[in-house]
Design a protein around this ligand. Structure first.
Ligand code: UTP
Length: 296
């Protein structure tokens, strides 16, 4: 079979975002800003940096703002032009340069089901899946490294991270044999295990390179944990037929779907943002000094 390049990315964004209510009641979680960009824009830029050209967003109720964000905004552009705000105008125009497709999931039946919705657009190609609420520091190149592994093995690649015992029950957890630097051939996978039943401390995080044979498997996958069609259950079935690899990420990731993770991402990315970093650092230092003082 000829080698296939990863040129499409799927962004599942149809979840209800219950951990972030009430903010996510009428607005998409993916549109929550980190400094000056919504979370999904960081995810799209990450895909772009890997030469991915087609973006497929799985949306649901109250998610229309995502489509508007990546669409042409003629009125806004004219306004910025007339005021001579060219730098921000360029940035705004770049947002609508790419090819986006939107698919409504209808009911949030689970991540596996959300990915199945992308089948008519992905067709018969390998593709990336990016959960935009898992924010990867733009200085780390997780997706790029995963695509390299996929190109070598022409197989499914999952992103892994070591997580503390107390948090393991929130993740899909794998076990595997180390076959290269930070690279594992996976032989077991459990969705949201208890700390004592987890097969290791390596959890699956929100980046995947999938092969198109996953669609047929998801179609036959019954609802699992939480009554949802779980992607991990489908990958577990796939694993019986062909190798699945896990790449252990050692960089920085923030869970932007969780309040604390979101705040940490905001602080870290603000400390790197050229427009605010100097003043923000000053503010943080003063604030922390006063907190320490109060605790004495
Ligand atoms: P989460 O487990 O984070 O669920 O989904 P959620 O609904 O977004 O947030 P909480 O847990 O209720 O706060 C992981 C990813 O899968 C997508 C979500 O949008 C998120 O990117 N997803 C989940 C779907 O697209 N459809 C689903 O049916 C479920």
């Amino acid at each position: 079979m000829p080698k296939q390049r990863v040129s499409k990315a799927v962004f599942p964004a149809a979840g209800l975002g219950t951990r972030f209510l009430p903010a996510t009641k009428a607005s998409p979680k993916e549109m929550l800003p980190i400094v000056d960009k919504p979370m999904i824009q960081y995810a799209v830029e990450e895909a772009e940096s890997c030469n991915i050209k087609e973006f497929i967003v799985i949306t649901g109720k109250s998610k229309r703002a995502i489509e508007d964000h990546f669409d042409i905004s003629w009125q806004l552009e004219e306004n910025l032009k007339s005021k001579g705000k060219h730098a921000i105008l360029d940035e705004i125009q770049k947002l609508s340069e790419h090819q986006f497709a939107y698919i409504r999931q209808g009911l949030p039946l689970g991540l596996g089901h959300a990915i199945l919705c992308s089948k008519p657009f992905v067709k018969d190609e390998p593709f990336a899946v990016i959960l935009s609420d898992d924010i990867i520091d733009p200085e780390d190149h997780l997706l790029r490294d995963m695509i390299k592994i996929h190109n070598k093995y022409q197989a499914t690649v999952l992103a892994l991270e070591k997580v503390p015992k107390e948090e393991i029950h929130r993740y899909g957890v794998v076990a595997g044999k180390e076959v290269g630097k930070n690279l594992f051939k996976i032989n077991d996978m459990v969705e949201k295990p208890t700390a004592s039943s987890a097969p290791s401390d390596m959890a699956i995080i929100g980046r995947y390179i999938l092969t198109p044979d996953i669609f047929g498997i998801i179609e036959k996958t019954k609802p699992g944990k939480g009554g949802e069609i779980q992607l991990t259950d489908a990958i577990k079935t796939l694993m019986k037929k062909r190798p699945v690899y896990g790449y252990l990420f050692r960089g920085k990731r923030y869970d932007g779907g969780d309040k604390l993770g979101y705040l940490k991402a905001t602080v870290e990315l603000a400390l790197k943002n050229p427009g605010v970093k100097t003043e923000f650092k000053k503010y943080l230092s003063t604030r922390i000094s006063s907190l320490i003082e109060k605790e004495k």
